[in-house]
Design a protein around this ligand. Structure first.
Ligand code: SAM
Ligand code: SF4
Length: 462
């Protein structure tokens, strides 16, 4: 396996330098993207070169594709940081080893308390996060943390139904063990596809300093049996145009080689981290950030797209409209930050957040703006993962399953965790959305909703 099989850095640079904006081609590619079959790197380069006044075409089309594939659903989750120990020295990160602030690693009791706190907010999906540290955060520790999260019930008898993870690149054997414990999506961000930049911000004498270890990790993950993969670039490290083409190239390689494209693509943009002096060398403006999101929605239409609370509410709302289908809410980037929020304020954070609203506040806003806040985890229960998931996602058929599941999980949330205002609005919106479902689907969904009203606790999923 060679780096060039996944991304050919020279070719990407050549495309960026060669392609010049052409309005006719631009409009043709807009039409092509509506077929929802993806775009070539050359197509994407035309979008990249488009002047700002053409952005509206991109946003209108990507919003349309978002609605076609994902409807108006936005899936919610929260990160669960289990340890801030890390041996790496990623120049941008608050957890880097040279940041001499006190660290925290949650033991099983604290993981249970943290999980209960997330459940009490109404979350059903957690994203386990930690630094890389073979002695403090060994794979055995991570696996037992995952088991602890799945095994925790809150006072209402609810539990986390999908644990996604975002941990350092591992071996095939590591990934086999993660698959066995039953994780959802395995996320690993390349941070930057530009090798010289990668090697500059990740010192060579640290485990993460190895560009190839990071780049080939998805191949090992697939070999180890993981099928739902989450990719991303950390925007601000290098020229976003290069990163965008490289990410798409990586996604196309995985799809072509294994029949498994990315289940999720995340859009982290560098934020300040306490105790770390790092100025992003290629800061990405809000306009460009939104353009990146729109282009990815058009180039890889089937992928779930994730924005976190790194971004402020205003830009998040725009991002939901033009392509984002999953978001974190009520988040903390400190181990223990949910169960002990005050103590958490003084502890080492990975980075600063710009949306500090609660899950309920974010759910309310989503409802007001025409989205359905969803806590659905049905695909995992129905075996729609990895290769089995791709045909549903690519054909757009997934929305036939997702809409009823989203309404059911929204109802569960409203009945058990929402404020009075969110509950009232949510119930009205469920009625409205039911009226839009085809008759058979509507009657089954109504029956499940009635069973939730009667207090039945069971997964009602299609
Ligand atoms: N430690 C593992 C790793 O680096 O692969 C797991 C992921 S780390 C907990 C989550 C992600 O946070 C990193 O991959 C990086 O993209 C992002 N991140 C780190 N520092 C950041 C910062 N200052 N601003 C925004 N995102 C940051
Ligand atoms: Fe450690 Fe991950 Fe932060 Fe790098 S990004 S210092 S590996 S926690």
């Amino acid at each position: 396996m060679k780096i060039d099989d996944i991304i050919n850095q020279q070719r990407i640079e050549e495309i960026i330098n060669r392609v010049v904006f052409d309005e006719k081609k631009f409009l043709d590619i807009i039409e092509k993207s509506k077929e929802k079959k993806g775009l070539s790197l050359e197509d994407v380069a035309i979008f990249i070169t488009a002047p700002q006044e053409m952005s509206d075409y991109l946003f209108k089309t990507s919003s349309w594709i978002r609605r076609e594939i994902y409807g108006n659903r936005t899936v919610l989750f929260a990160p669960l940081y289990v340890s801030s120990y890390c041996v790496n020295r990623c120049a941008y990160c608050g957890f880097q080893a040279q940041n001499h602030q006190p660290r925290m690693k949650l033991d099983s009791v604290r993981i249970r308390l943290e999980t209960e706190a997330l459940l009490d907010m109404g979350h059903k999906r957690a994203l386990l996060e930690c630094g890389e540290d073979p002695s403090h955060n060994s794979l055995d520790y991570v696996l037992s943390a995952i088991r602890q999260i799945y095994g925790t019930k809150n006072s209402k008898g609810d539990s986390i139904r999908r644990v996604n993870v975002n941990i350092a690149a591992g071996s095939v054997e590591d990934y086999r063990r993660l698959a066995e414990v039953g994780i959802g999506t395995y996320n690993l961000f390349q941070e930057t596809y530009h090798q010289p930049t990668y090697e500059k911000v990740h010192p060579q004498n640290t485990p993460k300093g190895n560009y190839e270890r990071q780049l080939f990790a998805m191949n090992r993950a697939i070999e180890g049996g993981l099928g739902d993969l989450g990719m991303g670039v950390l925007y601000g490290l290098y020229d976003w145009r290069f990163e965008l083409l490289a990410l798409i190239s990586h996604a196309q390689y995985l799809d072509r080689t294994f029949g498994i494209g990315p289940h999720a693509i995340s859009f982290p943009r560098i934020q300040q981290a306490g105790g770390v002096e790092f100025m992003p060398p290629f800061p990405v403006s809000d306009d460009d950030f939104l353009k990146i999101i729109a282009i990815i929605r058009m180039a890889i239409p089937y992928a779930g797209m994730v924005i976190s609370t790194r971004e402020n509410p205003e830009i998040r709302l725009k991002a939901f409209r033009i392509g984002i289908s999953q978001t974190s809410a009520g988040s903390s980037t400190v181990p223990g930050g949910y169960a002990c929020p005050n103590k958490g304020k003084k502890m080492l954070k990975q980075f600063e957040l710009h949306d500090n609203r609660s899950l309920d506040e974010i759910s309310y806003e989503l409802l007001v703006k025409g989205f359905i806040p969803s806590h659905c985890t049905a695909c995992e229960f129905q075996g729609r993962m990895g290769k089995n998931f791709m045909p549903f996602a690519k054909s757009g058929n997934i929305k036939n399953f997702c809409q009823p599941n989203a309404l059911i999980t929204l109802k569960e949330y409203l009945l058990n965790y929402a404020s009075i205002a969110t509950n009232r609005l949510g119930q009205e919106i469920i009625e409205w959305e039911l009226s839009l479902l085809p008759a058979l689907r509507r009657s089954t969904t109504e029956e499940w909703l009635r069973r939730l009203d009667r207090g039945e606790k069971k997964y009602f999923y299609t």
